[in-house]
Design a protein around this ligand. Structure first.
Ligand SMILES: CC(C)(COP(=O)(O)OP(=O)(O)OC[C@H]1O[C@@H](n2cnc3c(N)ncnc32)[C@H](O)[C@@H]1OP(=O)(O)O)[C@@H](O)C(=O)NCCC(=O)NCCS
Length: 154
């Protein structure tokens, strides 16, 4: 079941983050912000009480670089599936959920950042229609990143 995270999900997300990203994981305070900030949306997927994974994204408006108009975009800030539940389609399910939300809010594109070494996540994003937009030099502590994006219109 996918539902909008509440503050009660904080500790489970924190444990999943710690197990997955170790020293790069979000703190409890940062996770609370992901859940409660008005421009952010966080959704969890659970198997009864057990946290399978979560996705967090920002919805915002920015200036179009070419035309003089505002455009809406969705930025996927975080995605994580518990190691016991990987390769069962849950990551794709959460990505499709982000797509649905982006369409609902009439966003023109979705984008995200990913470590250059994280080939598994890149495969997921490619299979969801994302392509690499640019290389982000030294974006992470020890390596470069990619910006990947997908247009939702035309
Ligand atoms: C990346 C991650 C979210 C994928 O979640 P998942 O639930 O295992 O992915 P899915 O089962 O939905 O797989 C969807 C697609 O992703 C790709 N993929 C997933 N696992 C893969 C693997 N081990 N090797 C290669 N491709 C893989 C495949 O294209 C797959 O499609 P397919 O099943 O038709 O082959 C998960 O591995 C994870 O949480 N990793 C650690 C955290 C992380 O890296 N988050 C992203 C930070 S940018």
């Amino acid at each position: 079941m996918i539902y909008k995270a509440t503050i009660d999900d904080t500790m489970d997300i924190y444990e999943l983050e710690k197990e997955t990203f170790q020293e790069d994981s979000y703190s409890c305070e940062e996770i609370e912000t992901l859940i409660t900030h008005k421009c952010r949306e966080t959704f969890v997927i659970r198997d009864s009480d057990y946290l399978i994974g979560y996705i967090s994204f920002n919805l915002y408006e920015c200036q179009d670089k070419i035309q003089p108009k505002q455009m809406k975009r969705l930025y996927i800030q975080s995605l994580c599936i518990n190691s016991k539940y990987r390769k069962q389609g849950f990551g794709r399910q959460l990505m499709e959920y982000a797509d649905l939300q982006a369409n609902m809010y009439k966003c023109e594109s979705i984008y995200l950042h990913v470590k250059q070494s994280n080939k598994i996540a890149q495969e997921l994003y490619k299979s969801c229609g994302f392509t690499i937009s640019c290389i982000l030099k030294n974006y992470y502590k020890k390596e470069d990143g990619f910006m990947m994006s997908k247009s939702l219109k035309g």
